[in-house]
Design a protein around this ligand. Structure first.
Ligand SMILES: Cc1cc2nc3c(=O)[nH]c(=O)nc-3n(C[C@H](O)[C@H](O)[C@H](O)COP(=O)(O)OP(=O)(O)OC[C@H]3O[C@@H](n4cnc5c(N)ncnc54)[C@H](O)[C@@H]3O)c2cc1C
Length: 387
C-alpha cells in the first residue's frame, strides 16, 4: 500500500513529509494506544488535544502572524489523515477547532483576534462550530436562532443541535439571525461558555465519535457583547460556508486516515491467520480484495489532495472540488473500513481488534459538514449552473 509519504502524484515536499511524520508519530504514541478506551468510556481527551497545540496542530492554517502554523490546506489534510490513523473521532474534533480558529482569523477584526487567537492557538480555549438547529440542518439558511441588539449587547435566543465538543469547549462560533429571512440575515457571534444565558443539553448517545461529546447548545436571553460579532452583520452565512469548504477537506482526510488504519490491520491479519492449512494472504480471492481496497484508498487520496491543492490555489471551482472529495472520500473510506472488518471474520466484529470502532466512527463523515446528498447538490449546481 502506498503511504502518503510515498505518494508521488503531488510531489510532496520535505516540509509536507515532516508534517506527516510529526502527526503520525503523535497518532501512534498519544492516540492509538487509548482510542478504544476513550470510545468505551466516552472520554473526551482534552489534555491530549492540548498537547497537539504545542506541535502547531491547534491552528494549522492560521498564519504565523497570529501564532498559527501557516500550513497549506494540502499540508493540513496530511495532518488530519495521519492523526486519524490513531483515532478519527479525536482528529475530527481537532479539525472543527481548526475551522473556528481559521474563521476568526479570516473574518474577525483586530480586536477580536487579539482577544481570542492566542488562546485558540494554544488551545487553552477549545471551540465549537454551531450552525445546525433542531429544525434546520441541510437547509442551514433557514436557521431560527435570533439575536437582537440591546445597547452594547446582542440578546440571543435559540437552540443549536448536534454540536461537537459542546459543554466541554470554551468558545462557540454561533450562526444567528440578526436580520431578514434567508442567508443574508445571518451573522456569526463568538459566545464564551460562561456568558449568561448559555447552557447545554445532555451528551447524545451515538453510534460512534464517542471520544467527543455532542450536545445541544441552548441560548436563553444570552448576553453577548456586540464586539464579539465576527465580520459584519449579515456576513454569517458566508463565514459559515467558507469554513466548511476547508472543513470538508479535513473531515475527508480524517475518514481516509481511519480507513487506512483499518486496511493496515486487515493486511497484517491476513499475513498471520491460517485457514485450510495456508495463510489467508495466500488466497487469491483475498489478495484481490486487498488490492481493490488499496486502489480505492489511493483514488480517494488523490482526489482529496487535488481538492486541497485547488483550494490552496484559490481556483474558482475549489468549492465543487471540496464537495466532490468529501462525497467520494468519505464513502470510499467507510466501504474500505467495512471490507477490512470482513477480512477479520468474527474477530473484526469484536471491540478489541479496533476495526468495528473505525467503522462506527467513519459513518458520520457521510452526514456532517454537509451530507453527501448536499455534496452532490453542490457538484450538480456547479455543473449545470443552476441554483
Ligand atoms: C455526531 C455529529 C456531530 C455533528 N457536529 C456538528 C457541529 O459541530 N456543528 C454543527 O453545526 N452541526 C453538526 N452536526 C450536524 C450535521 O451537520 C447535520 O446533521 C447535517 O448537516 C444534516 O442535517 P440534518 O441532520 O438536520 O438532516 P436533514 O437536513 O434533515 O436531512 C435528512 C436527509 O435528507 C437529505 N436531504 C436534505 N435536503 C435534501 C435535498 N435538498 N436534496 C436531497 N437530499 C436532501 C439529507 O442528505 C439527509 O439524508 C453534527 C451531526 C452529527 C451526527
Amino acid at each position: 500500500m502506498l503511504a502518503p509519504v510515498e505518494n508521488r502524484a503531488f510531489a510532496l515536499s520535505d516540509d509536507d513529509r515532516a508534517v506527516i511524520e510529526m502527526a503520525r508519530a503523535f497518532a501512534d504514541e498519544k492516540l492509538a494506544p487509548h482510542a478504544l478506551e476513550w470510545d468505551e468510556k466516552k472520554h473526551f481527551p482534552i489534555d491530549v488535544l492540548r498537547e497537539t497545540a504545542a506541535l502547531g496542530m491547534g491552528a494549522c492554517y492560521v498564519s504565523e502572524d497570529w501564532g498559527g502554523s501557516g500550513l497549506t490546506r494540502l499540508q493540513t489534510a496530511l495532518v488530519f489523515e495521519a492523526l486519524s490513523t490513531g483515532c478519527p473521532a479525536v482528529a475530527s474534533y481537532l479539525s472543527i477547532h481548526n475551522m473556528v480558529a481559521g474563521l476568526i482569523e479570516r473574518f474577525g477584526d483586530e480586536t477580536l483576534k487579539a482577544k481570542y487567537m492566542p488562546a485558540m492557538v494554544s488551545m487553552e480555549m477549545l471551540s465549537s462550530y454551531c450552525l445546525t438547529e433542531p429544525g434546520s440542518g441541510s437547509d442551514a439558511a433557514a436557521l431560527k436562532t435570533r439575536a437582537r441588539r440591546e445597547g452594547d449587547f446582542y440578546i440571543v435566543d435559540g437552540v443549536k443541535q448536534f454540536i461537537s465538543g459542546a459543554g466541554s469547549t470554551d468558545l462557540y462560533a454561533v450562526m444567528v439571525r440578526t436580520g431578514e429571512e434567508g442567508p443574508k440575515g445571518i451573522s456569526c457571534l463568538l459566545i464564551e461558555k460562561d456568558m449568561p444565558g448559555l447552557s447545554f443539553g445532555a451528551n447524545e448517545k451515538k453510534m460512534g465519535w464517542n471520544a467527543q461529546p455532542t450536545r445541544q447548545v441552548i441560548m436563553e436571553n444570552c448576553r453577548v457583547p456586540v464586539s464579539n460579532l465576527v465580520g459584519k452583520e449579515g456576513q454569517g452565512f458566508t463565514i459559515a460556508m467558507n469554513g466548511l469548504d476547508g472543513g470538508r477537506l479535513n473531515i475527508s482526510a480524517s475518514a481516509l486516515g481511519g480507513a487506512q488504519a483499518a486496511f493496515d490491520k486487515a493486511k497484517t491479519y491476513l499475513s498471520e491467520r491460517v485457514a485450510f492449512g495456508r495463510k489467508l494472504q495466500e488466497f487469491q480471492a483475498l489478495q484481490f480484495r486487498l488490492a481493490d481496497m488499496a486502489i480505492d484508498l489511493e483514488a480517494a487520496r488523490i482526489l482529496l489532495y487535488a481538492a486541497a491543492s485547488a483550494y490552496d490555489r484559490k481556483e474558482p471551482d475549489a468549492t465543487m472540488r471540496c464537495a466532490m472529495a468529501k462525497r467520494f472520500v468519505t464513502e470510499t473510506a467507510s466501504s474500505v473500513a467495512d471490507r477490512a472488518l470482513q477480512l477479520l471474520g468474527g474477530y473484526g466484529y469484536l471491540q478489541d481488534y479496533g476495526i468495528e470502532k473505525i467503522v462506527r466512527d467513519l459513518r458520520v463523515h457521510q452526514i456532517l459538514e454537509g451530507t453527501n446528498e448536499i455534496m452532490r447538490m453542490i457538484v450538480a449546481r456547479n455543473l449545470l449552473g443552476t441554483r
